[in-house]
Design a protein. Structure first.
Length: 433
């Protein structure tokens, strides 16, 4: 009899707690989550009912929490407790998501809540004395950040979860899914490379033989060569620009000029420039120069311009990899003798240099080809990053869609009609399972 009364009281208590939980505001629920440092309202757009900026305490090293903590910025855009969640793993800073206008296309397509995560060591998610803490900026720790957040917010949102990210954020999405495959139900990485070396040779080969048309590739290469041939006329303009902008570099300015020429073809195809934008061979020097620096600015190689991206270059040189340059077609006109090791030389201070390891990329590759399920890979057919696109082999649990002639700006909503419908239908089927 006593046991029966105890069970009855326990049942009543659980019912009371459930009813009480339903009466809590979202702000109260967020503040009640473990490791939440602060919760601040932000203006929402018309799609969501409310939005909050949540700062969450994360260990610098998830394997050794005694090493200290930092706070990570998370933006929660609420539609409904009974709705799925689009979990966005940004690869960089998240300032753009802290504005009312930001709406991920998957949130709209799937009628979902949106949880946006700024990557560790970027934006407002930076530890004190970052220069002494680079060793904690690893794929493993970033994935553990995301795992921690998913476990936290699942206390509020119990429906299906869809992780996604673009470019480096897409890489972040893939690494998180491979290391914690049960955290989410579906993953949609956009234009995400999977590199196996610090300076990949696949990208320059792609630029030389695959992207664009044969005529377009020849026109791009001819323009690069022309910029080198006009060095005497253009370099003073280049120097003036750098002086006016107060750019400083870790390499000689003549070498920066060469690297801008090499970067031109990658940038041109990555961002989907029109081949007709390229000036005619007999165009005036100013027109040639303006187009050159508009596509491939020296700011990219400067200490000032890369400051906000320094954590990315640290990761690229350590685990994520980057792309190599092929200087052979232009070697006779260049001041540099080799591009090998340029990533470290140009961007990394001594305290941020580590040996490269492809172990985590290999782990993701193995996962995609074997156990992965409900992953939709989106790529652009002319994007040089597609040279190192993730592959699933014979694993039918992963779908890959490539937009013909697409750039790094490829998204589901700008796919051709048939491919867009295929992507949406696939996601909705997976969501219903």
């Amino acid at each position: 009899m006593i046991r029966l009364r105890s069970l009855l009281l326990l049942s009543l208590l659980l019912v009371f707690q459930a009813v009480q939980a339903q009466t809590l505001t979202l702000e109260q629920r967020l503040k009640a989550l473990p490791d939440v440092y602060s919760v601040k309202p932000m203006e929402s757009n018309e799609f969501f009912k409310q939005a909050w900026v949540v700062m969450v305490a994360q260990p610098l090293d998830h394997q050794h929490p005694d090493k200290g903590f930092f706070t990570q910025r998370v933006i929660v855009s609420h539609l409904g407790y009974d709705k799925p969640v689009v979990f966005i793993t940004e690869g960089y800073a998240g300032d753009y998501a802290a504005t009312p206008k930001y709406l991920n296309e998957l949130s709209l397509v799937l009628d979902a809540n949106q949880i946006f995560v700024e990557h560790r060591f970027f934006g407002q998610s930076v530890p004190d004395s970052i220069d002494t803490k680079w060793k904690y900026l690893t794929v493993e720790n970033a994935a553990a950040d995301d795992h921690h957040l998913v476990q936290m917010f699942k206390k509020i949102y119990h429906d299906k979860w869809i992780s996604t990210g673009i470019s480096k954020g897409g890489e972040t999405c893939l690494y998180h899914r491979a290391l914690y495959p049960k955290d989410v139900d579906i993953s949609v990485p956009y234009v995400a490379p999977l590199n196996f070396s610090r300076e990949e040779r696949r990208e320059p080969a792609f630029i030389e033989h695959i992207t664009g048309t044969k005529e377009g590739r020849e026109k791009v290469a001819a323009f690069q060569r022309q910029v080198l041939e006009r060095r005497d006329q253009l370099f003073p303009m280049f120097q003036t620009l750098c002086d006016e902008k107060k750019y400083t570099f870790r390499i000689p300015l003549e070498a920066v000029y060469d690297y801008c020429v090499l970067e031109y073809s990658f940038s041109f195809w990555q961002w989907g420039h029109d081949i007709d934008e390229i000036p005619a061979p007999d165009a005036p020097d100013q027109e040639i120069f303006d187009h050159f620096v508009q596509v491939s600015s020296p700011e990219y190689f400067s200490i000032e311009g890369s400051k906000g991206f320094l954590p990315f270059f640290v990761q690229a040189a350590r685990q994520l990899g980057y792309y190599a340059y092929d200087m052979k077609p232009f070697a006779d006109l260049m001041t540099i003798k080799s591009t090998e090791g340029y990533l470290t030389r140009i961007w990394l201070p001594k305290e941020a240099r580590f040996p490269f390891s492809s172990a985590m990329s290999e782990k993701v590759d193995k996962y995609l080809r074997s156990d992965a399920r409900h992953i939709l890979l989106i790529y652009g057919g002319w994007d040089p990053w597609s040279a190192s696109a993730a592959e699933a082999g014979k694993n039918k649990g992963v779908m890959k869609i490539v937009k013909p002639e697409g750039s790094h700006r490829t998204r589901i909503m700008n796919l051709p009609d048939n491919l867009r419908q295929q992507a949406i239908d696939t996601l909705k089927v997976w969501l219903s399972e």
